[in-house]
Design a protein around this ligand. Structure first.
Ligand SMILES: *[C@@H]1O[C@H](CO)[C@@H](O)[C@H](O)[C@H]1NC(C)=O
Ligand SMILES: *[C@@H]1O[C@H](CO)[C@@H](O)[C@H](O)[C@H]1NC(C)=O
Ligand SMILES: *[C@@H]1O[C@H](CO)[C@@H](O)[C@H](O)[C@H]1NC(C)=O
Ligand SMILES: *[C@@H]1O[C@H](CO)[C@@H](O)[C@H](O)[C@H]1NC(C)=O
Ligand SMILES: *[C@@H]1O[C@H](CO)[C@@H](O)[C@H](O)[C@H]1NC(C)=O
Ligand SMILES: *[C@@H]1O[C@H](CO)[C@@H](O)[C@H](O)[C@H]1NC(C)=O
Ligand SMILES: *[C@@H]1O[C@H](CO)[C@@H](O)[C@H](O)[C@H]1NC(C)=O
Ligand SMILES: [Fe+2]
Length: 476
């Protein structure tokens, strides 16, 4: 007869002997260790960052992977990074797999997962094959705590019955792009107070208003998991990541809900691989493109989200004064344009846009983007779509005419509780197309001379705008 102690000892011995031949997880699996919110990020062309959340802490977060599904448990990568913060109901686990082949599909399985997933590593710099990526800005949670077919008092632009959300539209087109780039304003958990005041949601806890904040964050990351577990989901910081109440009264925010805390804990962008800082600024190569994420929220002169900044978000800085701009200059100077003829950069707040622009962002970033011949600059923040010409300090060149200046595009229209904005008329002289509808952009890098985009209305999956940037240069 087994005593319960004996049974436990048997299980432990079995696990220990199995460990010698198969790399089993050291922690026994329980519901609290089942992975949720699985998300990927590029980590060089031979690596992949795999992150996920659990209800309890993992001692050695572990991911199993292999090129063949039946062998998925044969290789593993692990880390010691399993972090939480006050008011978070979950732990954020981060592992980087680093011995992979470029542009190759692998099966993977975070520890305690009940299914196997796949990812495809980045294309090597210098690979000239055509590829596409998806770009979104300003996407919040969908459903009763975010954007749905109803709104609270004072809000507008609900989804029409039967319309797809941007997550659904991106899911439909999942085989059309290599990765997703969300250029800031992620989840809109800080809309909780506004939603409570509008009678849209009922407070979860009368003495701890911010409980709703954590719920919305987790809901958003649950909703995007189908995308982020299959495609690298690259992110940049937006003002709605800064704190829990969108700058109106910071005393409302509990510890853990200030200073980009949730954003820092959740993601694992390739700053280590590119000399950047956290999820704030970094770069990566993919095929014929060098991609750069820069930070329009903190870490430059008069940055809007810094203490005393005009956004009143009271966050950052995240590095010593001047570090971001020095990094950007060095990163741009080191690009090998023979390998990556295209340079595409993104930062949340726009400066060419038909409503309030971020002038301090323009002063900080535009000179370097011009000096180093960046091809395309993507912004969000304004809740509409506005395609511009190529622009040098306000002077436009049409994008078919081999522009020397970057082409600018604003899309903060992925959808969140607060709906859509309407640009001011007359539109700025650099504006070429304005659309006020929920949607996302599919960018296609055809070859070294042609890069095009399509704006896709999420609601009905139709293309509402197309444009192509043409550069005169010889492709090898
Ligand atoms: C409400 O929040 C307070 C403060 O965080 C906490 O002490 C309390 O347990 C919460 N109540 C419920 C019912 O969750
Ligand atoms: C997110 O998904 C997990 C796993 O299904 C679930 O336990 C959790 O309650 C979800 N969180 C929210 C806020 O919906
Ligand atoms: C955030 O705050 C700004 C400035 O106070 C306000 O204009 C905007 O409507 C707010 N947005 C949300 C989603 O609360
Ligand atoms: C935000 O966090 C960074 C470190 O991550 C710290 O240096 C900075 O002082 C913090 N800012 C505020 C306003 O607390
Ligand atoms: C940019 O244009 C403004 C006028 O619109 C001018 O004052 C400024 O000197 C120009 N900057 C550069 C670097 O050319
Ligand atoms: C580049 O791609 C464009 C769009 O597909 C095509 O029209 C053009 O001929 C291509 N150029 C070369 C050199 O292949
Ligand atoms: C699709 O949705 C957009 C945005 O709401 C609308 O302008 C367009 O007319 C719709 N197209 C079709 C074919 O229904
Ligand atoms: Fe924003």
């Amino acid at each position: 007869m087994f005593s319960s102690l004996g049974a436990a000892a048997f299980v432990a011995t079995f696990a220990a002997s199995a460990l010698a031949s198969k790399p089993l997880a050291t922690q026994p699996c329980s519901d609290a260790l089942v992975p949720t919110q699985i998300r990927l990020a590029y980590a060089g062309d031979k690596g992949m960052a795999v992150s996920w959340n659990t209800n309890e802490q993992l001692t050695n977060p572990t991911v199993y992977y292999n090129k063949h599904e039946k062998n998925v448990l044969k290789s593993s990568a692990k880390s010691k990074i399993s972090t939480t913060y006050p008011t978070s109901s979950t732990y954020n686990n981060h592992v980087v797999i680093s011995d992979l082949k470029p542009d190759t599909t692998y099966y993977y399985r975070p520890q305690c997962a009940t299914q196997t997933y796949t990812f495809t590593t980045a294309r090597s710099a210098g690979d000239n094959d055509e590829f596409s990526f998806a770009m979104i800005g300003d996407m919040g949670t969908f459903g009763p705590d975010g954007l749905s077919t109803t709104v609270g008092k004072g809000a507008s632009n609900p989804l029409k019955p039967g319309e797809h959300t941007t997550i659904e539209s991106l899911t439909t087109f999942k085989n059309s792009y290599d990765f997703i780039w969300h250029v800031g304003d992620i989840a809109y958990a800080d809309a909780w107070l506004k939603e409570e005041k509008a009678g849209y949601v009922t407070p979860l806890n009368k003495t701890d208003g911010g409980a709703e904040y954590d719920k919305i964050l987790n809901q958003f990351y649950n909703q995007t998991e189908g995308l982020s577990s299959a495609k690298p989901y690259m992110v940049g910081p937006g003002n709605h990541e800064a704190n829990c109440d969108n700058g109106s009264d910071l005393t409302i925010c509990l510890p853990g809900q200030l200073n980009f805390t949730g954003y820092q804990a959740h993601w694992n962008m390739p700053s280590a691989e590119s000399g950047g800082v956290g999820n704030f600024w970094y770069s990566f190569d993919h095929g014929s493109v060098h991609f750069i994420q820069f930070n329009t929220e903190t870490d430059f002169l008069n940055a809007p989200d810094e203490p005393g900044g005009e956004g009143a978000e009271n966050a950052g800085p995240f590095a010593v004064s001047g570090a971001q701009i020095a990094w950007l200059k060095k990163d741009l100077a080191s690009v090998n344009r023979k390998k990556t003829p295209w340079v595409v950069a993104a930062g949340h707040r726009p400066w060419y846009v038909s409503t309030t622009e971020c002038i301090e962002c323009q002063l900080a970033f535009e000179p370097l983007l011009l000096e180093y011949g960046v091809d395309l600059v993507l912004h969000g923040h304004k809740h509409f779509y506005e395609r511009h010409a190529a622009v040098n300090n306000g002077t436009a060149t049409e994008i078919e005419n081999n522009p020397k200046a970057p082409w600018y595009l604003v899309n903060g229209a992925a959808g969140h509780y607060d709906g859509l904005d309407v640009p001011d008329t007359p539109y700025v002289s650099t504006s070429r197309k304005v659309i006020s509808a929920y949607g996302w952009n599919l960018f296609t890098v055809h070859n070294c001379t042609h890069l095009s985009t399509q704006f896709i209305a999420s609601g009905n999956n139709t293309v509402l705008d197309s444009a192509t940037l043409i550069k005169k240069r010889s492709c090898k």
